[in-house]
Design a protein around this ligand. Structure first.
Ligand SMILES: Cc1ncc(COP(=O)(O)O)c(C=O)c1O
Length: 316
């Protein structure tokens, strides 16, 4: 039976309860993270796995909570420990972790009420978010009419539950229309990111991604890929790596496009708004960055200290 860590205790998932009157359910003020663990690819260490960039994810969880005035009831160390415990309890090496923070006192309060803050960490097995085929052959995307929120009221840096409404509607609309994923523009017509992924393009050996000052979540996979690109720049044949705004039509004439995210990992894009990109398959730069990314998360390619939190995968 799957287990979940909730308010300090590991319990069977089916025993976990949240009130229907939870403030977060009604108004959307809650925060969350998405984190992955990977079985080690290092010879002789096959019985271990590692959570990727756990500390950075938990720091972002703290930032998201801070932005929402939500005092976290557990320290970073306690939540990190919970992440390991819940993976082990569910016997997961390649796991997807979902820390989630919500407010609930079991009574209906107004917008301004400040119910108790709760924290849970769930874990499950999750394969390639955009499909195995997508990971290898590329996906089709549609630039949505739904926008990434304006910077005045939309807290881009935070993963806030309520901020995923437009992304969810855009994603569902894209799927219903036969595309794999939606891209969202800001109010100025710059393409910002996918419904849950950051965006990269390559044209004439220049690698581009929207800057952290755009209406994007500054993703940790984005950061990982940028660092890899700088490190591998010569091998990738890149004459420039830049963080700049991307117009919709610039994307249509890109040589390569790809998306990054904890869930999506590094996924090539083969079509934007029905325009074929780079011959309709994963491009050479994308493929090399994808290989390097999987090497880093599995421990076979060098990464900065602290990026891999290793754990023995069997708890019982
Ligand atoms: C809106 C949005 N953009 C980008 C990302 C990618 O961020 P990361 O690479 O940290 O998972 C995510 C996923 O968390 C997201 O929800």
């Amino acid at each position: 039976m799957p287990s979940i860590w909730i308010d300090g205790q590991l319990i069977p998932l089916e025993e976990a309860r949240v009130s229907v009157l939870s403030h977060t359910l009604h108004y959307g003020v809650g925060v969350f993270e998405g984190i992955r663990s990977y079985a080690s690819g290092i010879e002789g260490e096959e019985d271990t796995a590692a959570i990727f960039r756990l500390d950075d994810h938990l720091r972002r969880l703290e930032d998201s909570a801070h932005i929402c005035h939500l005092p976290l009831p557990f320290s970073r160390e306690q939540i990190a420990e919970a992440c390991v415990k819940v993976l082990q309890a569910n016997d997961l090496q390649n796991g997807y972790l979902r820390p989630v923070v919500w407010q609930d006192d079991g009574t209906l309060g107004g917008l301004g009420s400040m119910p108790t803050v709760h924290l849970a960490v769930a874990a499950q097995n999750w394969g390639a978010y955009l499909g195995d085929d997508g990971l290898h052959k590329g996906i089709s995307v549609r630039v949505s009419a739904y926008r990434r929120g304006g910077l005045g009221s939309f807290m881009s840096r935070a993963k806030i539950n309520g901020q995923y409404v437009a992304s969810t509607l855009a994603k569902r609309e894209a799927l219903a229309m036969g595309y794999d994923e939606a891209l969202l523009m800001d109010d100025h017509g710059h393409v910002c990111e996918g419904s849950g992924e950051n965006l990269f393009m390559i044209r004439d050996n220049v690698l581009m991604t929207p800057p952290a000052s755009a209406a994007i979540l500054p993703g940790l996979t984005r950061d990982t890929v940028l660092r890899l690109a700088y490190r591998m720049r010569e091998d990738l044949g890149l004459r420039e790596i830049t963080e700049s705004f991307i117009a919709r039509d610039a994307l249509m004439v890109a040589d390569e496009v790809f998306l990054t995210g904890t869930a999506a990992e590094v996924t090539p894009v083969r079509e934007v708004d029905n325009r074929v990109i780079g011959g309709g398959k994963a491009g050479p730069v994308t493929s090399k960055l994808q290989d390097a990314f999987f090497g880093v998360v599995r421990g076979t390619v060098d990464a900065p200290k602290g990026w891999r939190t290793t754990f023995g995968s069997v708890a019982h």
